[in-house]
Design a protein around this ligand. Structure first.
Ligand code: SF4
Length: 436
């Protein structure tokens, strides 16, 4: 099934681009000596973290893939071919807990499992609470069905006029191009369909039917390619798809939803970005989970996308014990902004079967947003949303800033909790019945 991924790709050295992306944007004001010290301490911290992660990846590679050249390691085809996909391979690299090991032994609908060697290198092999480890390593908790959980909580299948297409909102559609991901997240909203490796389903015929549907609906101006992960398709297949969509006059925007730049950054080659930029306006939504994902390689991949003029936005799922912490989120969102990725959505974890151990209360999400908004740049704070059950769509959830009304004043509180009145007279009908 991997034969479709075997095209030769052009790989660019990673280091120089990362250095560029690391450059800190400075204010034009001359900083005080205290500030200079803080900035240089911060730079030291960042440099130390980068070095630590670099060493960690090198050590992992030397230990488990000693025969592999750097060129092979940096080749996304090699990474795909050598994904860790079973218990035997996983036990070689991680000291598993009973709960993790038993997840492979228990019978039932365990979510598919695969992790690229690159992402596996970032995982703490001895700490089962490690955030990246929890996000991708199975656990027996996945077998527990809790109240409110279902296979398709967003009822995407009900809004699917042709197989592989979700048409929920009037002017945009979700085009599920593959069920394949290079690494599977344990909380995936589409766990019902990903990783089945059903190549019969994702045929050219199916794609053509979807393209025909989009062509016949002039109200569709925005097409989101998702899956599975569209960036696991070969350049040729992806280009075929993009060019077919670009031929439809009413399709204004094409978006690609992907986690590949995070779990398989080697895939974002110059050849790929040169091809993608031919299909502008094209946006990329990247699924990030934790600041530890912001490595040199990921930074280089994002730099290549940004340099191709592709606007990037992030999507993050709020996960208990993984990233439900203000400081973690702050580090993630600040890191993304530096990589030219705009934090876009923070999702409440969808109630797919076996995901209760990941779900936080909604209040937790509100508290995090409340401690970010006003305390950092507005565009570094994503919109916190709940994808409503039964296909209700994304609903933004905000801390309450409007306190109420006091006569002709709107009473509001700011991010520090201070209350302000804004003169906003109630419009009353005049004698001729008009509203002034
Ligand atoms: S990358 Fe996306 S589609 Fe694939 S498993 Fe993760 S959340 Fe699901």
């Amino acid at each position: 099934m991997h034969s479709g991924f075997m095209n030769t790709e052009e790989i660019e050295p990673l280091g120089s681009l990362y250095h560029h992306a690391q450059l800190r944007e400075r204010h034009s004001d001359v900083p005080s000596s205290d500030e200079i010290e803080t900035i240089s301490e911060r730079d030291d911290d960042t440099a130390q973290t980068v070095d630590k992660v670099k060493t960690q990846i090198l050590t992992f590679k030397k230990r488990f893939f000693s025969e592999v050249s750097d060129a092979e390691w940096d080749d996304w085809h090699w990474q795909i071919r050598h994904r860790i996909t079973n218990l035997r391979e996983l036990e070689r690299i991680i000291c598993l807990t009973d709960s993790e090991r038993n997840a492979f032994h228990d019978k039932g609908n365990l979510l598919p499992f695969a992790v690229t060697p690159y992402y596996a290198a970032l995982i703490d092999s001895v700490n089962p609470s490690h955030a990246l480890r929890r996000a991708v390593i199975p656990d027996v908790s996945e077998y527990m069905k809790s109240l409110g959980e279902s296979e398709d909580p967003l009822k995407e299948e009900d809004d699917s006029p042709v197989p592989g297409l979700v048409h929920r909102y009037p002017d945009r559609v979700l085009f599920l191009v593959t069920d394949y991901c290079s690494t599977y997240c344990r909380y995936c909203t589409r766990s019902r369909m990903v990783g089945q490796h059903n190549m019969q389903k994702f045929t050219l015929e199916r794609w053509n039917r979807i393209i025909e549907y989009i062509s016949s609906r002039s109200e569709i101006r925005d097409v989101l390619l998702s899956g599975g992960d569209p960036l696991t398709l070969s350049d040729n297949r992806l280009e075929w798809l993009l060019s077919a969509l670009r031929k439809i006059p009413h399709v204004e925007i094409i978006r690609i939803g992907t986690k590949v730049p995070v779990v398989l950054p080697q895939r974002v080659t110059l050849k790929l970005t040169r091809m993608l930029k031919r299909y502008h306006p094209l946006w990329v939504s990247i699924h990030f989970t934790h600041p530890e994902e912001l490595t040199e390689e990921v930074s280089a991949a994002c730099a290549r996308l940004a340099d191709a003029g592709i606007p990037m936005q992030s999507q993050t799922v709020l996960l208990s014990g993984v990233n439900d912490d203000v400081e973690i989120m702050r580090r993630l969102f600040h890191g993304l902004v530096k990589m030219r990725v705009r934090p876009y959505y923070l999702y409440q974890c969808d109630p797919i079967i076996g995901s209760a151990h990941f779900r936080t209360s909604v209040q937790r999400g509100l508290d995090i947003i409340g401690k970010l908004r006003g305390y950092t740049s507005g565009f570094a704070v994503p919109l916190y949303v709940i994808d409503a059950p039964e296909g209700g769509g994304k609903i933004p959830i905000m801390p309450e800033y409007v306190v109420g009304r006091d006569g002709d004043n709107l009473v509001m509180r700011n991010y520090e909790g201070k209350v302000y009145r804004y003169f906003d007279p109630i419009r009353r009908p005049s004698s001729d019945g008009r509203i002034n």
